[in-house]
Design a protein. Structure first.
Length: 182
């Protein structure tokens, strides 16, 4: 092999190795940049989504508390189910968020009125539900953990609001359920 061929082979080898290394480094740089870009975009979407969900839950809880304040305590104390059901119907017409329905538990956790009415549900105890236990314990409205509704079988969140009687004791809990798949 002549000196000229050796030099040409060396130059070609150096060029191929240099281009290969630069190509590898460039692809690695592009991969890292793309990964960072996607990660940043996903973080932005997640932050925005969680903020929207948080606002929706806070607004829904406020709505439930406002709804409970419109119910007549006298009707609740007298367990006037038709009157309460009529009031619940009007409340459902004003707020379509609670597609799984509105219901009222007495202080012992027994469901005694719901709208829309579901057969076989009234008279059942819901003391095992986390939202009932927390509402009784904290004496304030709560947002439940997700669970499967006994009324519809769908995954739901329930917002509660305690209702206090004329003498200040807890007489009922208003519950409003949101379908998670809606």
């Amino acid at each position: 092999m002549t000196l000229r061929n050796r030099t040409l082979t060396l130059l070609i080898s150096i060029t191929v190795i240099s281009l290969s290394v630069m190509g590898f480094l460039y692809l690695r740089f592009l991969e890292i940049s793309l990964r960072n870009s996607i990660s940043s975009g996903l973080e932005t979407i997640a932050d925005t989504t969680s903020e929207v969900i948080s606002r929706f839950i806070a607004q829904s809880l406020s709505t439930v508390q406002l709804m409970s304040s419109t119910l007549r305590v006298v009707d609740i104390e007298q367990r006037n189910a038709p009157a309460i059901e009529e009031q619940m119907k009007k409340l459902m017409e004003m707020s379509s968020d609670f597609a799984n329905g509105i219901f009222m538990l007495d202080s012992n956790g027994i469901l005694w009125v719901d709208y829309p009415a579901h057969p076989g549900i009234r008279g059942n105890s819901f003391t095992f539900r986390e939202y009932y236990q927390r509402t009784i314990q904290e004496k304030r409205g709560v947002v439940s953990i997700p669970y499967r509704s006994r009324r519809t079988g769908e995954p739901v969140l329930t917002m509660t609001s305690p209702i206090f009687g004329s003498s200040g004791e807890l007489i009922a809990i208003l519950g409003c359920s949101i379908k998670l798949l809606q």
